[in-house]
Structure formats: structure tokens, C-alpha cells
Design a protein around this ligand. Structure first.
Ligand SMILES: [Zn+2]
Length: 376
């Protein structure tokens, strides 16, 4: 699974639906493509009806994407994998499974239902298109139905490319996994195929651009994202194997060392950083943790200003979405979260949301080194 996070927009069947910022770019692009295309084929349509059709078409596409992802999630929940949220981002969407599927058969079922849903939706909208056409309805709506049918078909085809982490790549992985009885080897091959498809798409896109077709930017962007997602997914699986079933609470340091928010940088440097030989502290104000401060954050401040600058002024304010991790999460997920937000440490919370420790990426990496040193 790709680690992406976005804005929550709603909840269906207990599954949270989120939008990642990259999806807004796609939304804007699709809206402009739809407006242009419908405008060209129906030049006599009024501006207002053109825009109304384009917006409704784009929203229908959005609903189709959510249905595709819900199909994955509902199937995963039936098989016990547990999906808590769906994030829409540039490829379309991703269902965030709590656990990787436990068998090739369940991986196959969870992966295949998404593209199947898109194909059914393509058929449904094609039938609507034929129906509207027969009834002689205003041409913009006929075009809109046709467009939604085609985009669903395109979505099914793109997602069935056999490169991990696309749905087709998961199908491929489940088949290889069942044939070889090795999840690691199956993931490696499926991820390599994913990277290869990514580079092929980038190459095709460049060829299109060279021949003067700027539409080639699409395959370049999609291909590049696919290649990096494939590499990232394999790294996660590898790290998971190297770490084994290690949880955040196994690796965190506890209790959290804190610095009061109002002390000066000079006091913090001498009385806390140098005295304890720690490289980061949580910042505390009136009994609550309000941020984190790392030694690197001292460097841009000239030494003569240290007496007059407080920790509160240079700390990183607490962002609960990115800087907190539950102690029951797997260490590999904490690592992915740190990598995604470019953080070296996370604060660890218990079930009631109290901060009980701190975990750093160097702690996790040290364990991996020790385990591989021991040949474990
Ligand atoms: Zn899918």
C-alpha cells in the first residue's frame, strides 16, 4: 500500500474517504478537458449548460472512483483485512488496508473487484448514452454519458496494467505468490514490472511530446508516479521483512524528554541538549506537549540571538496528523510516516491520545542493522 494522506470528506460503511492534494490537480485537468471536448462537439451549446455538464460529468467521474475503491474496501473487510480509509489521489484512489492480505486468494479477490466495478460502470454509462441518444436528448448530456463510460473503461484498463502497486500488479503478485509460495519474491517481480511499465509510459509520453503532442505530459506524470510507487511499495515490504513483527511500543523511548516552551535557546542548548546528549526534545507548555525541537533548528539562529530567542519561537508546532503515531502501530508504518513527511522522529500516543514516548528513524534502522548483523 502506498502511504498517502489527505483531507477527510466523508464516511461510507464506516470507511473514511479522503482527498489527497494531487487529486485536485487531476480534478481541475479533467474539468478543463471535459469542457473543451464537449464544447468542440457541441459548439452551439450555451456557456452555462456547457459548464453545468462539465461539472456534473467530473463529479460523476469522482463518484465512479469512490465506487471502485469501495468495492476493494468492502471485499477486504469481508475477508478480514480491515480498511479504514480510502484516499483519492492522482492514480485514482487507494484503499488503505490495515494488514496486507493473508493469502494469494484474498489478495486476488480484493484487487480484481475494483477494475470489475469500473467495467460494469462503463457498461452502465454506455447503456445510458445509447438510451439518451435514442430519445433525442440535448447533445451535451449524450456526450457526457459517453465520456463517463469511456473514462471508466480507461480506468479499468490502466488499473489492470500488471505492475505493482496497481490492481493488475496485485493480481499478478497473487498469482506469482501462489505459484512460488514466496510473498517477497512475488512482490519483487510485480514491483519490477510496475517500474518497467512506469518507465515505458514515461518514454511513450516523451515520444508524444517530441512529436508535438503536449498530451504526452499525462503518461510522463503517471509513469513517473507509477515507477516511484512501485519502488516505494517494495521498500516497504522489504523493511517489513527485515523488521518482522515489531511494534512502535517495542522501539520507543519513554518517558518523553521535554523542554519548557519559554526557556531560551541558550538554556536549552546547555541545560538540555548538551546535558542529556539528546538530539531532539518535545516542547511542553502548561503540562501539554505543543511541539518538537531538534538540534538542527538552532543552526540558522546566530549565536548572539540565543539569549533572546525562546524555544517556542523556533520549535516545530505539534501537527497531530503527521507527528503522532499510536504505540500499537507496526514500526514499519511509523517509518513510512516519517519518510512521507520528512520527519526523523514521531511522538508516540496511547489509546487515550496521551503522549507516552518518542520513536526515531535511527532507532528503527539500528534494529535492522543489528538483526542483519546477527543473521536474523
Ligand atoms: Zn483499484
Amino acid at each position: 500500500m502506498i502511504a498517502v494522506q489527505g483531507w477527510k470528506i466523508g464516511k461510507v460503511f464506516g470507511i473514511t474517504i479522503e482527498i489527497h492534494f494531487t487529486w485536485l490537480i487531476i480534478f481541475g485537468l479533467i474539468l478543463s478537458v471535459v469542457t473543451l471536448e464537449i464544447g468542440q462537439t457541441a459548439p452551439d451549446a450555451s456557456r452555462a449548460s456547457l459548464w453545468a455538464t462539465a461539472i456534473i460529468t467530473t463529479l460523476l467521474f469522482f463518484v465512479c472512483l469512490v465506487l471502485h475503491e469501495l468495492a476493494h474496501s468492502v471485499m477486504a473487510n469481508r475477508l478480514g483485512a480491515g480498511v479504514s480509509r480510502i484516499t483519492l489521489f492522482v492514480f485514482g484512489g487507494v484503499s488503505q488496508l490495515k494488514n496486507e492480505p493473508d493469502s494469494p486468494a484474498s489478495e486476488f479477490k480484493v484487487a480484481i473487484v475494483g477494475p470489475l466495478t469500473s467495467i460494469i460502470l462503463a457498461g452502465l454509462f454506455y447503456a445510458i448514452y445509447l438510451g439518451l441518444n435514442g430519445l433525442g436528448v440535448s447533445s451535451v448530456w449524450v456526450l457526457a454519458a459517453n465520456w463517463v463510460a469511456r473514462i471508466n473503461l480507461a480506468l479499468a484498463i490502466f488499473n489492470m496494467l500488471p505492475g505493482f502497486p496497481l490492481d493488475g500488479g496485485r493480481v499478478l503478485r497473487s498469482i506469482l505468490w501462489s505459484a512460488w509460495n514466496s510473498l517477497d519474491r512475488a512482490t519483487r517481480v510485480a514491483a519490477n514490472v510496475g517500474q518497467a511499465f512506469g518507465y515505458i509510459l514515461v518514454g511513450l509520453g516523451f515520444l508524444m511530446i517530441i512529436s508535438g503532442n503536449w498530451g504526452g505530459l499525462w503518461p510522463v506524470a503517471l509513469g513517473w508516479l507509477l515507477a516511484s510507487a512501485a519502488a516505494g511499495s517494495y521498500q516497504r515490504v522489504q523493511l517489513q521483512q527485515a523488521l518482522g513483527d515489531v511494534y512502535v511500543h517495542d522501539l520507543m523511548s519513554s518517558p518523553v524528554r521535554t523542554i519548557p516552551a519559554q526557556v531560551t535557546l541558550a538554556q536549552a542548548a546547555y541545560d538540555h541538549f548538551m546535558a542529556a546528549r539528546f538530539t531532539a526534545f518535545a516542547v511542553e507548555q502548561e503540562g501539554a506537549i505543543v511541539g518538537m525541537i531538534r538540534m538542527e533548528q538552532f543552526q540558522p539562529i546566530p549565536r548572539e540571538r540565543w539569549e533572546h530567542t525562546t524555544v517556542a519561537e523556533v520549535m516545530e508546532p505539534l501537527d497531530p496528523e503527521t507527528m503522532l503515531v499510536n504505540s500499537d502501530k507496526m514500526a514499519v508504518d511509523a517509518m513510512m510516516q516519517m519518510a512521507e513527511h520528512d520527519l526523523g522522529r514521531l511522538l508516540v500516543t496511547d489509546h487515550s491520545g496521551n503522549i507516552i514516548g518518542i520513536i526515531s528513524s535511527s532507532d528503527v534502522r539500528r534494529l535492522v542493522r543489528v538483526k542483519s548483523g546477527l543473521g536474523m
